[in-house]
Write a protein that binds this ligand. Structure first.
Ligand code: NDP
Ligand code: 2IT
Length: 447
């Protein structure tokens, strides 16, 4: 890093103590921007980087609600409106007990660059709460969502800030949030994405992140004349992104042998075929059960409590659970076992030393902000359809999603070449995403 970017990172750490995930995300980006800062002295003159690491607005609020026993519960709600240079703030909401300000700032920061890469006009934002939907009744989730939206509604809007889902926020939660927004504002608008198909949602949005991550892996493999056909694949997580990654990988001829949740991993050497995947979808989305139950249903599979999938030999890995789920040690195990493709469905799932190791070994490594951008890209397509008051067919949306993932890959790849590190998608994605936002910030003056 240069003395200049060092100083910016120091400032970020000093001003945002204890937000270690935010520091990690900023450092990773600053580490790659050196060559572009050399070419563009105007960025430094107008303090674009200093502005880029400072959110435009941070909202934190109390969310009181009443549980099924009649007891008062109090959670904390957040929305980070980080950067609106290229469009309204856009990004998901995460409901998970580990949520805090630093995690949401890292996610909102990543989202700025990711959204820039999608080719669509969306700024970067993220929000959520330390509320844990696990083990709560539908009524409790509804009361929480209504209270959360009662505050959030005054800050968002279809041309201002458009939230969506993330960990712990799926179709059910988006429904309750949308209902409350509509009631408070007396407006039926595209203020959230990931809506139900009967009330403004887009076909393929549920599938989009997992499908997009898989399309990105295919594009990376194509640069070496290869494909997913016949590959053994490890997937982590068992939620929205993991499920549709498994579906698309299988459609493209890969054999997925793992799934996981925060309690452990299942390894099915026979592969998770479409029938088994349908069973998992029912388990996770309807029964809201645990992945350990897979091994009871399919006795040839093994469940290991507390384990991550990365010990299982594979050629391709799709981390689709959460941040920092691949340690440096996990990365070394993957490489040792012959894994040569990593496509990140989750946001920042690989620890920095693991990323370095992947780059050193010339692994085809697709960082989350490029590889998982299909979800928010399809949210962008949902916004377009809402504005036009029409809906595209499944095939049309899938084709557009596929086209966007090809374009993101091309942009990141070409940029990595232009800056002398062909195939370094970390550098390519960061620079390509950043330049568009930085130029928009310059055009719009000091705001
Ligand atoms: P879901 O809530 O549907 O699923 C999350 C999965 O990850 C679950 O299997 C969950 O297990 C597991 N998980 C969550 N936290 C942890 C943890 N601390 N340790 C281990 N496992 C954990 O979320 P999504 O599938 O939507 O999100 C998964 C990842 O993809 C996240 O990083 C998210 O930011 C990212 N992403 C999501 C997009 C989307 O459109 N939904 C778009 C782009 C990225 P458990 O049930 O035990 O909690
Ligand atoms: O991390 C992400 O890109 C998401 N959770 C999806 C955001 C969105 O607005 O669709």
């Amino acid at each position: 890093m240069s003395a200049y970017t060092d100083a910016i990172l120091d400032l970020v750490i000093r001003k945002n103590p204890a937000e270690k995930e935010f520091h990690q995300a900023v450092k990773e980006v600053l580490d790659t921007l050196g060559p572009v800062l050399d070419r563009r002295p105007d960025y430094r003159r107008y303090k674009v980087l200093e502005r880029f690491v400072e959110p435009e607005r941070v909202l934190m609020f109390r969310v009181p609600w009443i549980d099924d026993r009649g007891e008062v519960q109090v959670n904390r709600g957040f929305r980070i409106e980080f950067n609106s240079a290229i469009g309204p703030y856009k990004g998901g909401l995460r409901f998970h007990p580990t949520v805090n300000l630093g995690i949401l700032k890292f996610l909102a920061f990543e989202q700025i660059l990711k959204n820039s890469l999608t080719t669509l006009p969306m700024g970067g934002g993220k929000g959520g709460s330390d509320f844990d939907p696990k083990g709560k009744s539908d009524e409790e989730v509804m009361r929480f969502c209504q209270s959360f939206m009662t505050e959030l509604a005054r800050h968002i809007g279809p041309d201002t800030d458009v939230p969506a889902g993330d960990i712990g926020v799926g179709g059910r939660e988006i429904g309750y949030l949308f209902g409350q927004y509509k009631r408070l504002r007396n407006e039926f608008t595209g203020v959230l994405t990931g809506k139900g198909l009967k009330w403004g949602g887009s076909l393929i949005r549920p599938e989009a992140t997992g499908y997009g991550t898989t399309y990105f892996a295919e594009e990376m493999l194509k640069t070496r004349g290869d494909s997913l056909q016949g590959k053994t694949v490890a997937v982590s997580g068992s939620g929205n992104v993991a499920q549709y990654a498994v579906q698309k990988i299988t459609m493209l001829g890969g054999k997925v042998v793992t799934l996981s949740d925060s309690n452990g991993t299942v390894h099915d050497p026979d592969g998770i075929d479409p029938e088994k995947l349908a069973w998992v979808m029912h388990l996770k989305n309807v029964k809201r059960g645990r992945i350990s139950e897979y091994a009871d249903q399919y006795p040839r599979a093994r469940y290991e409590a507390g384990a991550r999938p990365w010990q299982v030999p594979c050629q391709v890995a799709f981390p689709c659970a959460t941040q920092n789920e691949i340690s440096a040690e996990d990365a070394a195990t993957l490489v040792k076992n012959g894994c040569f493709v990593v496509s990140e469905g989750a946001n920042m799932p690989t620890e920095p030393a693991g990323v370095d190791l992947f780059l050193e070994h010339r692994i085809l490594y697709g960082p989350g902000k490029a590889a998982n951008a299909g979800g928010v890209a399809t949210s962008g397509l949902e916004m377009s359809q809402n504005s036009m008051r029409l809906s595209w067919s499944r095939e049309e949306v899938d084709q557009k999603l596929h086209g966007i993932m090809i374009a993101i890959h091309k942009n990141a790849y070409e940029t990595s070449k232009e800056y002398g590190q062909p195939g370094n998608y970390v550098l390519g994605a960061n620079i390509a995403g950043f330049v568009k936002v930085a130029d928009a910030m310059l055009d719009q003056g000091l705001v």
